[in-house]
Design a binder for this molecule. Structure first.
Ligand code: NAD
Ligand code: SER
Length: 331
């Protein structure tokens, strides 16, 4: 029998849109009891809580974080606790505190306990209004206009610093807007691209908070989870960018998204009432050049818009409308 030490993983922000699904992936990969889910919220659903450890943890509390990591002999952290762009623009002080001080606490404890890996998602929000809009390159001017974007750029630089100064293996991708059906998003600018599916099923109509011609890069959650896990396992000597890889899958306007849903929900109506999110969206790219991720660690998305829409609607119909979906033969 191998005496190699088992990987012990901590996920922060585990009750959010990404964490709630990533924890299940990681538990399948690393085995029962080896993936500790944590979040500031202390009300985990049964799927996260049952049989495996869950801890209420505020990442801005450095001592509590260090105690938890020592107790569970953590050697890898997936750091997902953050305040996203929409909420961050309304509460910039909190966004700065959580996104910067929370990240620094995570990097400090990982360095002090000589952890093997820290995975930290960045975002397309690092790009500002002056970056090229189409096929935005891996390397270009990063001067974002939102507080969220400011913390994401600073976070990338902080992660670089810990790698160069302490040799801490910190990796991450710049996620586009993520679309999923399990846990609603937590207050980002791209949340409309999720809410539109829920409202299509529940009400047959949706009021969108960005303009119809707003084009943003997006990705379906299975691709997003796979990207992070694949990057975590990529050979170190292949990585040129480490914590800030551009990754891409889809780019569409709000109107094109509505049309793809209308193919499955005849008569679906969308009206457009842009609010403060519009300005944030206008500072972001329309599409992303992810050639470095493809070359360095073999990144490739699997879902296009049609496949994602079919999957989203089938999953939501099953959950929100079980009787109707059974009648359609959707399980
Ligand atoms: P989310 O808002 O859905 O979840 C974040 C979680 O963090 C929430 O459960 C929240 O309770 C928790 N949290 C907030 N403050 C905390 C604190 N002080 N201590 C501990 N937990 C705290 O976010 P998400 O979509 O799952 O995003 C995870 C990461 O991915 C973030 O870094 C985010 O910037 C990045 N990202 C997400 C997207 C996306 O579209 N979802 C896109 C780009 C980047
Ligand atoms: N989906 C995220 C947001 O809108 C992008 O980082 O905040």
């Amino acid at each position: 029998m191998s005496h190699r030490r088992m990987k012990r993983v901590l996920v922060t922000g585990a009750l959010g849109q990404i964490g709630s699904e990533l924890v299940e992936w990681l538990r399948e990969k690393h085995g029962d009891g080896n993936v500790i889910a944590s979040d500031k919220k202390d009300d985990p659903p049964a799927a996260i809580r049952d049989n495996d450890p869950f801890a209420a943890l505020d990442v801005t509390d450095a001592r509590a974080l260090a105690d938890l990591c020592r107790t569970h002999r953590i050697d890898t952290i997936y750091h997902l606790a953050a305040i996203l762009s929409g909420v961050g623009e309304q509460k910039p002080d909190i966004a700065y505190h959580v996104n910067m001080n929370g990240l620094k606490n995570v990097l400090d404890v990982a360095r002090d306990l000589e952890m093997a890996r820290v995975m930290v998602p960045s975002s397309i929000a690092v790009f500002g209004p002056n970056a090229p809009k189409w096929n935005t390159p891996q390397e270009c001017e990063l001067r974002p206009a939102s507080m969220y974007g400011v913390t994401k750029v600073a976070g990338e630089l902080l992660c670089d610093y810990y790698w160069k100064k302490y040799g801490l293996e910190v990796r991450g991708v710049r996620y586009p807007g993520l679309i999923s059906h399990k846990t609603p998003p937590g207050g980002g600018t791209t949340d409309y691209a999720v809410a539109i599916y829920y409202d299509a099923i529940r009400h047959g109509r949706y009021t969108c908070f960005v303009r119809e011609d707003t084009v943003l890069p997006m990705m379906y959650m299975p691709d997003a989870l796979r990207s992070l896990v694949e990057l975590a396992g990529a050979p170190a000597d292949r990585l040129r960018y480490r914590n800030a890889y551009n990754i891409a899958a889809l780019s569409f306007s709000a109107g094109e998204l509505a049309a793809s849903i209308r193919d499955h929900v005849p008569g679906f109506e969308v009206s457009y009432e842009p609010d403060f999110h519009q300005q944030i969206a206008e500072g972001w790219p329309h599409s992303i050049d992810d050639s470095a991720a493809r070359e360095d660690w073999g990144w490739a998305p699997e879902y296009d818009l049609e496949r994602m829409t079919a999957d989203m609607l089938a999953a939501l119909r099953k959950r929100l409308n079980p009787v109707e979906s059974h009648a359609r033969g959707e399980g």
